[in-house]
Design a protein around this ligand. Sequence first.
Ligand SMILES: [Zn+2]
Ligand SMILES: [Zn+2]
Length: 157
Amino acid sequence: MIESLQTGWHSFLDLISGIIIPDWAALIGLLPVFLFFGVIMPIITLTVVRWLLYAVRKPRAHVALAEGPRSASLDAAGAPVYPTGEPFCTRDQLVYAPGRVECVTCHQALSVVCPKCEVGRPASLSTCGNCGLVLVAVPRVHALRPAGPPRGGAAAA
Ligand SMILES: [Zn+2]
Ligand SMILES: [Zn+2]
């Protein structure tokens, strides 16, 4: 195993020395390449890394502002697509954070599509009239935090 590796290494060295080492003109000709990989590439890499760090940090600041309305995404036909369970304004094609019931732009009552049965209703109604699913409208910051033991955990088990 080691022997075959050494043999392979020696034949590799022979190959390399046969190609590169005696040929100084070619080596000098490759200097711009070495310069490129040794100097310019690190600079580009550093720039890209700094840019990436900036791009990674930027969304965090963006998430803090995510409570405001955002434009609904459009499908292939250009029609707005509203995510289920999130209030939206059909007039301005804006999607709001859960808990909002009125559009800040046109003051129209927001609508919401039930995530369970996909039936629409006014966002002010927390319970779906079709399937009875209740959308609990709490701010996202609180929704992420588990509030004590799960409701009825012992009784359900
Ligand atoms: Zn509106
Ligand atoms: Zn429903």
